[in-house]
Design a protein around this ligand. Structure first.
Ligand code: FAD
Ligand code: 8RB
Length: 475
């Protein structure tokens, strides 16, 4: 204890650990953070590669609580919708929301993490780098403190006391492994069977159009090679590519593909030559924009995707897991970080409300969050199907068209699940359940109609208002 507030030890200064450290330190807790990697503000991040993430309303809300939203948005690129690139067809933009208040934001992981580390230190947290958690001996009684072993200077280790231990050390959490050795957490890892490969579209070097005809005509300037304000998708049925814009004019492209099985899978693409031939066939427009395709293919390993489920996130008041360490999910709703940021706010509120009873705070945290993280795990899996082949299905498109119309005619009673997840802070489990109810109604309204134009839309909107309760939205 210091000044009546508990001392808290966080493992991992990733996205969630550094935001949680900021929120707790801003409220007066004494916070120590141990991070395995070197300080990226000194040594650079991920070898300098630009990797970006989609930030949505939930994540932004959490950043607002730490007074960091504006600083983050200054470095972000607005994405208004999904730009779909059919094979051999015309690209089309499907807006995510009703206007520019409903957009998602592409942010650099490295930039965001460094901004959060700065904020945590400014708020008074102590960050220790090159400091991996190696082992833990958990306290037995409520009064017993934990002992943690932290790696230090290659072969040396240091031992520390850690009253309240919080694991924000990511999907491969060392704290989770240590907790699992002490007590069964009910861990289940479900591999997706698909992996991913990161590629890059650099900025296009075009003659500066705005200056054409002026004295500086002919000068080269940086342009985005494809529409910057969109999340690009190349849906191909059982697999897909996506691209998110970076503030510097490049795009990070990700190929999602089955690991094994018949062509195409990562197993049937053993080298860059085979991969290039596959892209020439399936993603020719994207390949044309990737001059470093072969180097990228060879340099970046295939990443694996899985969902992590735990029955228990905490050992009494001794230790708790948050973020990916507790509930890693597949990426297809772009919500992993957003969900982890929601965790950080919820936990900081609960610990602040009962500083003397971390066991109660941890139990309430798990009780409140677990149904919601289970729900986003399920919705993320479902959105892979939607992204990779749903977008080309006529029935799906008819449903989407009807949904858009109903949300205009009955905005207090109908909002697509995507909008609820991305642009509100309604609990994920509510979004999932409400999405199911709306889906049943959409199917019933569409039954027997070849297209949306044949439906009596006034009657449809009246049914929506009669059969669904109003949305619990404040605005
Ligand atoms: P991490 O960010 O992984 O941080 C864990 C930290 O713990 C790291 O700094 C690590 O070095 C440290 N650590 C690990 N082991 C130890 C140890 N033994 N001791 C000390 N420290 C340790 N989410 C979204 O919301 N939108 C997106 O668009 C999106 N895109 C993604 C793109 C990619 C390529 C990936 C991989 C993920 C993406 N996610 C996205 C998910 C998001 O990155 C995670 O949900 C989020 O980073 C989880 O934060 P975390 O702090 O729990 O874990
Ligand atoms: N992890 C995203 C969406 C939903 C887009 C839509 C999807 C890359 C790894 Cl795959 C993906 C979304 O429905 O139109 N919003 O944000 C981010 C996504 O992938 C991220 C960049 C990603 N996550 C391992 C790779």
């Amino acid at each position: 204890m210091s000044n009546g507030k508990p001392a808290i030890t966080i493992i991992g200064a990733g996205l969630v650990g550094s935001l949680l450290a900021t929120l707790l330190a801003q409220r007066g807790s004494h916070v120590e953070v141990f991070e395995r990697r070197p300080d990226p503000r000194v040594h650079g991040f991920l070898g300098g590669r630009s990797i970006n993430l989609a930030l949505a309303e939930r994540g932004l809300n959490a950043l607002r609580r730490a007074e960091l939203a504006e600083a983050v948005l200054q470095q972000a690129v607005m994405m208004r919708g999904r730009m779909v690139h059919p094979l051999g067809g015309l690209t089309n933009l499907q807006p995510y929301g009703v206007d520019d208040s409903e957009v998602i934001w592409s942010v650099s992981r490295g930039g965001l993490n460094m901004l959060l580390m700065d904020a945590a230190e400014r708020a008074g947290a102590s960050l220790h780098f090159d400091a991996p958690l190696l082992d833990v001996s958990f306290g037995h009684s409520a009064q017993d403190t934990n002992g943690i072993v932290i790696g230090h200077d290659r072969n040396k280790t240091r031992e520390h006391c850690a009253n309240i231990l919080i694991g924000a050390d990511g999907a491969g959490s060392a704290l989770r492994a240590a907790m699992g050795r002490a007590s069964d957490l009910g861990e289940r890892i479900e591999p997706l069977g698909h992996g991913y490969k990161e590629l890059e579209i650099p900025p296009a070097n075009l003659p500066s159009l705005a200056l054409a005809g002026h004295s500086m005509a002919g000068m080269m300037s940086k342009h985005f090679a494809i529409e910057p304000h969109a999340l690009h998708i190349w849906p191909r049925g059982h697999y897909m590519c996506i691209a998110l814009p970076n503030a510097q004019g490049s795009f990070t492209v990700t190929l999602f593909l089955p690991n094994d099985g018949p062509h195409p899978s990562f197993a049937t693409l053993p080298d860059a030559k085979a991969a290039r031939a596959f892209f020439e066939h399936e993603f020719p427009d994207a390949l044309a924009l990737m001059p470093t395709f072969d180097e990228d293919w060879n340099a970046h390993p295939v990443g694996q995707l899985a969902t992590l489920y735990l029955e228990r996130w905490h050992l009494d008041g001794h230790a708790l897991l948050v973020g990916d360490a507790a509930h890693a999910i597949v990426p297809f709703h772009g919500q992993g970080m957003n969900a982890g940021f929601e965790d950080a706010v919820e936990l900081a509120d609960l610990l602040e409300a009962q500083p003397d009873d971390p066991g109660a705070a941890f139990a309430q945290f798990q009780h409140a969050r677990k149904p919601n993280t289970d729900a986003i795990a399920a919705m993320a899996l479902e959105n892979y199907i939607e992204m990779r082949d749903g977008v080309a299905d006529p029935h799906y498109l008819a449903k989407r068209e009807l949904a858009v119309t109903l949300s205009q005619r009955a905005p207090s009673h109908f909002m697509s699940r995507y909008r609820m997840v991305s642009f509100t802070d309604l609990p994920y489990e509510y979004c999932r359940q409400r999405g199911l109810e709306q889906d049943v109604l959409l199917e019933s309204l569409l039954a027997g109609h070849a297209n949306v134009a044949d439906i009596d839309l006034d009657a449809a909107a009246a049914r929506v208002r009669a059969e669904l309760p109003p949305l619990p939205l404040s605005n």
